[in-house]
Design a protein around this ligand. Structure first.
Ligand code: IMP
Ligand code: MG
Length: 181
């Protein structure tokens, strides 16, 4: 596969810091009366860097866990089928769960994961995504905490990949995918 050129910066590291800071204040305020530790669940792999930054700024007792999910083919995915590639270690029944996503695009993945986890009867479940592309939504999904809304571009860095590459860029960059989007 041909690798695109070095991505052009869309969100610089200092802006990322400000976004994470703001989200952490919103989350700390929202969950301040949470009866037990908050369960922060990262969706692998894309959320790992964002989540590492975010949890260090949340001023509440919390535990972390991870979930691996991949969607089936488009039509199956839009009916809400996700395939778990790695399940949680924690039992979330009766707990407050905050799902961490890197980016919400069509909304299919996060909506399916949210429904799947709801069946385990958590006390509450909310979604925090670093990025959102509202113009690309195909299912109606509530994203409770949004870092930044962006236009329909393909972005990489800060955990996000193109064919598993570029996750380590310390900024969000934009790449041109010829004819793909
Ligand atoms: P959705 O199910 O369409 O909302 O897709 C969400 C998933 O697609 C994210 O968790 C990402 O893994 C991936 N994705 C969507 N847009 C982008 C992008 O611009 N760059 C990198 N990954 C993306
Ligand atoms: Mg992802």
């Amino acid at each position: 596969m041909e690798m695109p050129e070095m991505p052009a910066c869309l969100i610089a590291a200092d802006e990322i810091y400000e976004i994470v800071r703001r989200l952490s204040v919103e989350i700390t305020t929202y969950y301040r009366h949470c009866p037990q530790e908050l369960v922060v669940v990262g969706l692998l792999k894309g959320s790992f860097i964002f989540m590492a930054d975010l949890v260090r700024q949340i001023e509440l007792p919390l535990v972390v866990d991870f979930l691996g999910a991949s969607s089936y083919g488009e039509s199956a995915a839009s009916s809400g089928q996700v395939h778990l590639t790695m399940d949680l270690a924690a039992n979330i029944a009766g707990r407050d769960v905050l799902l961490i996503e890197d980016i919400v695009d069509t909304g299919i993945t996060i909506e399916a994961v949210r429904r799947l986890l709801e069946r385990r009867q958590p006390r509450s479940i909310k979604v925090c995504s670093f990025l959102s592309k509202p113009a690309c939504r195909r299912v109606n999904v509530q994203v409770d905490f949004i870092g930044k809304e962006i236009d329909n571009a393909f972005v990489v860095g800060y955990g996000l990949d193109y064919a598993q590459n570029f996750r380590n860029l310390p900024f969000i960059g934009k790449i041109e995918l010829s004819g793909k989007r």
